[in-house]
Design a protein around this ligand. Structure first.
Ligand code: 9WN
Length: 450
């Protein structure tokens, strides 16, 4: 590790400790005072470089809230927090009242899920522990045996309840499930929603961020809350939701992450001795996922494209997901890889000379939905860059992967541990002290060979 970065490691560790709630980590101090699913997986990777046991505990606490049907909820609420910190809180979701699959109080969760990065995290905690020392490696290996069935149940849920068509692609029921909430990817479907009568609500996010232009609009929030009300009416029953829900979308990035997570799961199955039993199933999931992505693509099978299940058509938007999804899913040939790299380094994304750093805006500046300071409509996200780095390394684009890592580290060193950054000025946006931003810094700077 370059000495210039020692200081950044110390700062990242301090961010992790400031968000640490004991056996789980707040996604951010005020804006996100609970445990979020995909944040928690990245955060666990970060903890893996500080304390293997704490990393394992992070994911254990998330899995303790796993639904009976296998779903990992997108939020596990802090039992000591009040409703007046984050909206919607447990009182609005009403999961245990409406659905027998939801965990019982005192565990309280939301009713939706987020991208399945957990098997990747579990696998990475184990590989990190092997570099740390023999004791940690033994402990992590035993732990893999405990989490393996939970991960398998989670992936099974996604491949069945969320893909009844067996298309290989996962259907999401809410933009929050994508993790890329107000991305223009969802504008077409969201724009057709008709919001009915629902109880009034108060947003707390704007109070924490201050500047509303960095967050989704009130209209977008009404849509979000309305979709929650629709799922509540269906008792969070996936097959009932599938019958009439207005937002059923095949999300290519979510699906690609599931392919990569299935590959990690296969490796975990090998470590825990479950390969003979489960390999055929997991391999089939991987194959199905890759062919689903190929089917739902543009540019001669290269760029991934989301799909509206209700209307049966493609959702075209110029966002990083189109390039990142095929890279994350892997299994591409060198010609496809080069086409994707060319798109990544074009004017539309990381090759734009006006950028603060050579980092891809979440939405291309030429997309009509682009807004440079608004959340997923343009800003640069460190965890997206980590996913780029990880998948570029996997497809032998090491130099490109290093540039992605180094530019992101430089931005964070200069501008702090923000949730996201304005692409042209580097202005830190959203929350300060975002835990997963610190976690990817730790992974980049402390992983063996960094
Ligand atoms: C809704 C916690 C989460 C991330 C998401 C990000 C944002 C929540 C919100 O924050 O979403 O889930 O209230 O805006 O979009 O990716 O997991 O960091």
């Amino acid at each position: 590790m370059n000495d210039a970065y020692n200081d950044l490691v110390d700062k990242a560790v301090a961010v992790m400790h400031r968000n640490d709630a004991g056996d789980w980590t707040r996604a951010a101090p005020n804006l996100y005072p609970h445990q979020w699913s995909w944040d928690s997986a990245f955060i666990a990777i970060g903890w893996g470089h500080i304390d293997t046991h704490r990393a394992m505990r992070e994911l254990d606490r998330l899995f303790e809230a796993q639904w009976r049907n296998g779903k990992i909820p997108h939020i596990v609420f802090d039992p000591d927090s009040t409703e007046a910190t984050y909206f919607p809180g447990p009182g609005r979701w009403e999961c245990p009242t409406l659905c027998n699959d939801a965990p019982r109080p005192p565990i309280q969760t939301s009713g939706i899920c987020q991208p399945p990065v957990h098997a990747l995290a579990a696998h990475r905690i184990w590989t990190t522990s092997r570099v740390r020392n023999g004791h940690d490696a033994d402990m992590a290996e035993k732990w893999l045996g405990v989490v393996y069935p939970k991960l398998l149940a989670w992936h099974r849920y996604l491949h069945t309840a969320r893909d009844p068509e067996e298309s290989g692609l996962v259907s999401i029921f809410h933009p929050w499930e994508s993790g890329c909430d107000n991305s223009p990817r969802w504008d077409f479907v969201m724009g057709r929603l008709v919001v009915g009568h629902m109880p009034a609500y108060t947003r707390y996010d704007i109070g924490h961020v201050g500047d509303p232009s960095q967050r989704p609009s009130d209209t977008e929030y009404d849509y979000y809350v309305w979709l929650v009300e629709e799922m509540k009416r269906a008792g969070y029953d996936d097959s009932r939701i599938y019958e009439s829900h207005p937002f059923i979308v095949k999300d290519v990035l979510f699906s690609a992450i599931l392919v990569a997570a299935n590959e990690a799961l296969l490796e975990i199955a090998r470590v825990v001795g479950a390969l003979d039993d489960d390999e055929p199933l997991i391999s089939e999931w991987i194959e199905r996922g890759r062919s689903g992505l190929e089917e739902h693509s543009t540019g001669g099978g290269t760029f991934a494209c989301d799909y509206d299940v209700n209307l049966g058509h493609r959702l075209e938007a110029d966002t990083v997901a189109a390039i990142l999804a095929p890279l994350v899913a892997g299994g591409i040939d060198s010609e496809q890889r080069d086409t994707l790299l060319e798109a990544l380094d074009s004017d539309e994304f990381a090759g734009n000379d006006a950028l603060y750093k050579a980092l891809p805006p979440s939405t291309s500046p030429s997309d009509p939905g682009f807004r440079s300071r608004s959340y997923w409509r343009g800003p640069v996200w460190p965890i997206i860059n980590w996913l780029f780095w990880w998948s570029l390394s996997r497809c032998n684009a090491d130099e490109r992967a290093r540039l992605m890592r180094d530019e992101t580290l430089a931005e964070i060193r200069e501008r702090g541990f923000a949730e996201y950054f304005e692409p042209f000025t580097g202005e830190p946006l959203g929350s300060d002290d975002q835990a997963w931003t610190a976690a990817v810094v730790l992974d980049w700077l402390l992983a063996d060979g960094a």
